[in-house]
Design a protein around this ligand. Structure first.
Ligand SMILES: C[S@@+](CC[C@H](N)C(=O)[O-])C[C@H]1O[C@@H](n2cnc3c(N)ncnc32)[C@H](O)[C@@H]1O
Length: 228
């Protein structure tokens, strides 16, 4: 099954994704950090790109709270259908789009890029394209937030890499979701993402990945990046 089909199935019968429409908590901490350090004036009519936006909870938060102009992209038809139904807003353009395809946006046109646990399933070639496009569209002085799966301290990841290898480095075929995911060690993330953007801050946090009635302990990197 393709990754896209697997995500469509997940949106039809959710077992993993949250049913909450509240913005993701670690992303909110990033937004507080941006405000506290006056990195961007969030109220100044900024442009936000929400990559793998799902049903649009974080896109909606940015449009509704800060009046941001938001592009919310997801390759799942079902996710975008739900986003348009649940989080419709005049300032948001939701679009069915693969984040590893070229971005239809001009150079240096985005103030803030969000990737809230979305790019783990890109393969190496797709990730390179996505990173190149993020660096191209981000304005000078713009920021990017990436929440991604961490390798360190995550026993589930380490077991899955051994038992269900995904073919590329530090990947596994998620046995329930039917998607190939990559996990990152801190140094690997810095080298890979640091080629395109400045990695300003990385924090590892424990979270829980739900599957039906069960929850699995997972570790996540919260990464704050800036245009070079
Ligand atoms: C864990 S969900 C997170 C959704 C959203 N960011 C949130 O915080 O609610 C991951 C999302 O990434 C999307 N996704 C995964 N790979 C993608 C790709 N190559 N292009 C576009 N969307 C993708 C999935 O369809 C899914 O909606």
């Amino acid at each position: 099954m393709s990754n896209r089909q697997a995500w469509d199935d997940e949106y039809k019968k959710p077992k993993l994704i949250t049913q909450s429409h509240k913005p993701q908590k670690d992303f909110l901490r990033f937004i507080k950090w941006v405000k506290r350090n006056k990195h961007l004036d969030l109220y100044s009519g900024i442009t936000v790109l929400d990559l793998g936006c799902g049903v649009g909870r974080n896109s909606f938060y940015m449009a509704d709270t800060y009046g941001a102009r938001v592009y919310g992209w997801d390759f799942s038809h079902d996710a975008i259908e739900k986003a348009c139904a649940i989080h419709r807003h005049t300032l948001i353009d939701f679009e069915e789009r693969n984040i590893s395809d070229p971005f239809p946006l001009p150079n240096a046109s985005v103030d803030l890029i969000l990737d809230v646990t979305s790019s783990n399933a890109l393969n190496d070639r797709e990730r390179e394209m996505y990173l190149r496009e993020c660096a191209r569209v981000l304005k000078h002085g713009g920021y990017m937030y990436v929440r991604t799966l961490a390798k360190e301290g995550d026993k589930n990841a380490q077991t899955m890499i051994k038992e269900f290898p995904g073919g590329e480095y530090d990947t596994y075929h998620h046995p329930q979701l039917d998607v190939i995911e990559r996990v990152f060690s801190g140094p690997d993330f810095k080298v890979l993402y640091g080629e395109y953007l400045d990695v300003v801050r990385m924090e590892r946090k424990t979270g829980y990945q739900r599957w039906g009635a069960q929850s699995y302990k997972r570790n996540y990197w919260n990464c704050y990046l800036k245009s070079k």
